[in-house]
Design a protein around this ligand. Sequence first.
Ligand code: ADP
Length: 947
Amino acid sequence: MAQDLRKGRKQRAEGGSAIKPAPRPAAEAAPAVEPATVSSGVTPSMAQFLEIKAANPDCMLFYRMGDFYELFFEDAVAAAEALGIVLTKRGKHLGEDIPMCGVPIHRADEYLQRLITKGFRVAVCEQMEDPSEARKRGSKAVVHRDVVRLVTPGTLTEESLLDAKARNYLTAVFKGPHGSDKATVALASLDISTGEFEVGEIPAVDFPGEIVRLSPGEVMAMDSFLADGDLRKWIEIAGAAATPVPAAHFDSLAGERQLKAQLGVADLAAFGSFSRPELAAVGALLKYVELTQIGKKPCLRPPRRSGPSAHLVIDAPTRSSLELLRSTSGDKSSSLLAAIDRTVTGPGARELAARLASPLRDSDVIGDRLDAIGFLHGNETLRGDIRRALQHTPDLARALSRLALQRGAPKDLGAIRDGLAAAQSCARLLRSEGEGIGLPTALAGVCARLAGCAADLQPLLARALVDDPPHLRRDGNFVRPGFSKDLDDTRALRDQSRQVMAALEARYQQEAGIKALKVRHNNILGYYIEVPAGASKPMLSQPLSDTFRHRQTMAGATRFTTQELTETESRIVSAADRALATEHDIFAELAAAIAAEERTLGETAAALAELDCLTALAEVAVEQGYVRPVLDDGTTFEIRGGRHPVVEQALKKSSSGVFIENDCVLVASRPEIPTGFDEMTEARLWLVTGPNMAGKSTFLRQNALIAVLAQMGSFVPARSAHIGIVDRLFSRVGAADDLARGRSTFMVEMVETAGILNQATSRSLVILDEIGRGTATFDGLSIAWAVVEHLHEINACRALFATHYHELTALAGRLSQIANVTVDVREWRDEIVFLHKVKAGAADRSYGIQVAKLAGLPKPVTRRAAEVLALLEKSDGKAGDRAALLNELPLFAAARPKSHVPDESGPSPAEEALAAINPDELTPKAALEILYKLKDLARKERRYRAC
Ligand code: ADP
């Protein structure tokens, strides 16, 4: 239901009347105001509105008037619809009402968020002076206003507009000239809410995977780039808003200049070498930040370099099929991230997500992370202490960024104070733990950065601020008594004066002899004396009227004032104003002290996030029994006793059984089999067969997930893991139609398979599930066959290939590096039992009919299917025979019901025979005979059921 936000609204001094209606349609959100019309025939205040609106044609204009942001014309129509608020009107233009709606400033964040989510961009226009200042220039003078900020999806900074656990990148994309074979795309990304900054250049073909990895809130690119439907689609899949920017903004020289200025360096060499396309992307990014932040400079942390040489490259379909950060349906709770996330702070959660999205390739850096986790893994007390110290630590990076953009509140100063206190506690904990034995490299680095901030900033903030500083600066009351003598004195005067007002009321009651006399206050009159109408008569005549001057007569009361009351009021007001001004000065001083430490504070914030992330990974490793993987530059992939981290936890949570661990040995690292493990076939490519539901997909994915976890620098769900660093990971599991692009399942599958065959190298890991199923059997089999051969001969990568085509298992005999494995099942009374155990060899058949039975297909259908299958198997693969045999098959209707099929509701003959046995009375010979009989009965029963 529409809400009327205007209730209780104060009267405003300014009025507006004749305005030119905006010519643009509501959906486009903004009236296009032609500058020529601005000066003619409109009031000065509306002329101001129209001018500002014309300068921001692509945005909805939040126009500050008193305690509200007002929207006019088409903005108002669109906002009222999008927000479900009441559309009213204000004045007329050319005889037509001017639509208007408004949101109160204290709820502006909430409404901004809803508009941004719906794809609007909002220009926030503030009053740049106090209305009383304007009045000094004359009664018709207009309060000076200006746009202070453009709010877009990629430039948010408010806690309430952001997800505490997710990064919000603004990404500029620059594509080099068309037509070249080795086309590249440069990307520069900045989270202005934290200063996190990342720059890289990638082959153009890797763009989908990279944009899904970055998952920005907003992507800016040239029109020509966004016009490419395929690229734009990936931007949408990544969940980003697309913003076109002029080609001129991609200026590499300007980018270099701005970057040096922002990082405060004369040479960028310290941050690595930047290519021209990278600097062009940086140029557009910083230009856009400048335009949207109206010149205010956000924090910028030293750039993180990304690119194929630094990261394990994971393409977009693989990211989605492995459900790293969210499931294919978009739900986060069943993702790998949710399964391993034990962080206790928002920044820690963001760091964990970033690491999971960007596994590394440098075994030394991975080793440093694993050393740190190992240290924390083995030290339960330290882990617990750190987690407790971090538990309620505020988001230092986001508070810092708001302060840098001059959007900070007293609460943000408090966040820096508390964040620094937590940093000092954690540094102490680490230092005392590392005494003597030393700390692993990553933790030593964290410790140094935690302790690195100017020592006197935290005590200064602690002395200056009250325990729980408020959200709003304008009301004051955030400076701790005792911090500033000047402020204490002014506050005392303000508060004393209030007591004086109460004393005044008591005295006036006596003087007038009216008990009901009250001194009251409202925003229009200020302080006044009020007496009930019936009692006011003596005050209107002498001698009382000499003291009490009449001000207002109301229905039930009369209001007066006195000389003394007016003077006292002005003392109170000026003391309160002075106290507030002093608090604002103190705020500015504290903000300046923080700005002077911005770089080191950024480091401290990053170190806290890293510490939370490392400790959380150690915590989950202990809780779930993960082990440290061994990583090197070889091509081994040897996982012993591996588990699927998400399925394992889901089974535990629902108490529906234990997860069966499995080995996966692609190119064994050593000839001997460690004790306690199954003997597994060793080959570079495993063909995995087994019925549906046996656990093939789970097995395939768990090995890919173990590789991702290991390379992000985490312990892994296995009994041991040895992984030669993987350069590219591909996973094609399950089928998905892409109807939006008019592609069938089969087409999508072939496009993705082509990508894999063209890109996988000998260092890659490829997971393929059921390739070639979406077409006729022989087509599919032939494609699957050729794909396996290509992977084996040309790509020479490590691969797991699950298939239903049993014919493929013959490849193991023909190609040296292929082995057959199968997921074990048992048949019991013609039912299928899944053992979920991977063992050497090929599945003997598909068990499709048994699985269909389990799924509840009606018995006549499964029985009939068994008949057809028996005939097909008899035909021995010859198409002519098959057709002839199928022709002989009795019609479905004629075939049922079969008289010889036993009544399955009662006990079977075997069950009856079993029930008749009394084991205590049996001789060994009789027991043996009965066993033979039972076996025979069971065999017959199975034959019955198969018919
Ligand atoms: P397939 O790909 O062979 O059809 P799935 O991998 O989809 O089979 O597995 C089917 C179900 O079996 C899963 O949902 C999971 O609950 C269970 N499962 C799979 N592997 C295991 C395992 N190793 N241990 C326990 N349960 C498993």
